[in-house]
Write a protein of this length. Structure first.
Length: 414
């Protein structure tokens, strides 16, 4: 089965794109997550003119709260432990100071941004390239699942900043291809995931290649105990930023629909027909269910892509790129797609399968309502999910309400 499931009805053509409304750059449509600022401007940080040009050309008008808190401290060279919600501008919060501190006259790796997934690496490197387009900074992305020889060739040329997944860049460091002895900045995005048991030993080995006077910046929405242990071992008097007075985004309205397992597809069809979906992501708890559901959605007559970790990397890249560019309205995904992926036109997230823990729920729901815009999360809850629903509400300090007969469009559409 192909990674793209094509629909046969009119919805699969180009017509639906005419109604695709990218949220406007206007604070009237944004929530406090990104508008409750101190009123700073990017010029206040005395950034290089070329970097400012990239910032404004990217469409950034003024710093968000996490950017206000993070950028000036990071520019001093101090370690940072930052906790902020998904979709509030974390990528620029670390990318801007990293790019500012790079000296393009030196042909060496001076900054490294580590992320847990290949899709996030591609997205983050693209943001860095766009911000630094006038600076002459050479950004290289290096991830598993791609040709090692290509990475060796890229890193053999001038490289100032590497965006990578941990396993591949450690392999290249061991081969002395990626020389990190002058890499003075290490950023860990989605740090809670990077410090999970599968990644932490790799992280600690990577840090051994860095110079003693390196700067480490950690960013995430959730900080489990492993982050505290890492902080005590590797960070030097880190500056703590916590913008998490509440965990879920203010602009995301959350509902649940109590259904039997056999009713889920019918319920999904009803949601598709009643909601004003710009783009949606539908989450399942297993790879097999992702593919089966994508097939069923197509049979119902809706355009649909799917993505999961067992697909070839080239297919994953194409699906992610095409969905982000608006080639399809709906994407069925495993939890591969919950980390940091930024598609601003997604205004609806549907948990076809309810997640087992609060952390996964938080990251899934954070795919809608990006950067202060409005979003909707609908959870299909079976009898077996009822205790998980209650526990996740308690842990996140949020309320997931029963779905009403009619959902007001103003809750999730600008």
């Amino acid at each position: 089965m192909a990674q793209q499931v094509a629909s046969t009805n009119a919805d699969s053509g180009e017509d639906w794109k005419k109604g695709l409304t990218i949220p406007p750059k206007d604070t009237r449509y944004k929530t406090e997550d990104v508008t409750a600022t101190k009123g700073n401007n990017f010029e206040d940080y005395l950034l290089k003119r070329e970097l400012l040009m990239g910032i404004y050309e990217k469409g950034f008008e003024a710093p968000s709260p996490i950017q206000e808190e993070s950028i000036p401290i990071a520019l001093t060279g101090r370690d940072i432990l930052a906790r902020a919600k998904n979709g509030t501008g974390k990528t620029a919060a670390f990318a801007i100071p990293v790019l500012e501190r790079i000296d393009v006259s030196k042909n060496c790796i001076q900054g490294m941004i580590l992320v847990p997934t290949r899709e996030l690496a591609l997205q983050t490197s693209q943001v860095c390239k766009e911000l630094s387009k006038h600076m002459g900074v050479e950004v290289v992305v290096s991830t598993g699942g791609t040709n090692l020889r290509d990475d060796i060739l890229r890193l053999g040329a001038t490289t100032h900043l590497v965006v990578a997944t941990p396993g591949r860049i450690l392999d290249l460091s061991r081969r002395s291809v990626a020389k990190l002895d002058q890499c003075i900045m290490l950023v860990m995005d989605e740090a809670d995931k990077l410090l999970s048991p599968e990644f932490q030993p790799v992280l600690e080995q990577l840090i051994s290649y860095l110079p003693e006077d390196r700067q480490i910046l950690l960013y995430s929405a959730t900080f489990p105990v492993t982050v505290k242990q890492f902080k005590e071992k590797f960070l030097k008097k880190p500056y703590l930023i916590n913008l998490m007075d509440e965990l879920t985004l203010k602009g995301v309205t959350q509902f649940y629909a109590f259904v039997e397992e056999r009713q889920k597809v019918h319920c999904l069809n009803t949601l598709f027909s009643k909601l004003e979906i710009n783009q949606s992501i539908i989450f399942c708890n297993s790879v097999n269910r992702v593919e089966l559901l994508a097939k069923r959605i197509t049979e119902l007559g809706y355009s649909c892509f799917y993505i999961h970790a067992k697909m070839q990397q080239s297919h994953r890249n194409r699906v992610f790129h095409d969905f982000r560019n608006g080639a399809c309205r709906n994407l069925v995904s495993s939890d591969l797609f919950t980390r940091g992926i930024d598609v601003q036109s997604v205004n609806v997230v549907i948990n076809f399968d309810f997640p087992k823990n609060a952390e996964t729920y938080l990251h899934r729901v954070g795919r809608s309502g990006r950067f202060g815009h409005l979003g909707l999360a609908v959870n299909l809850i079976t009898y077996d999910d009822r205790f998980n629903l209650y526990r996740i509400e308690q842990e996140l300090g949020t309320e997931i309400k029963p779905i009403p007969p009619t959902i007001e469009k103003s809750l999730y559409c600008a």
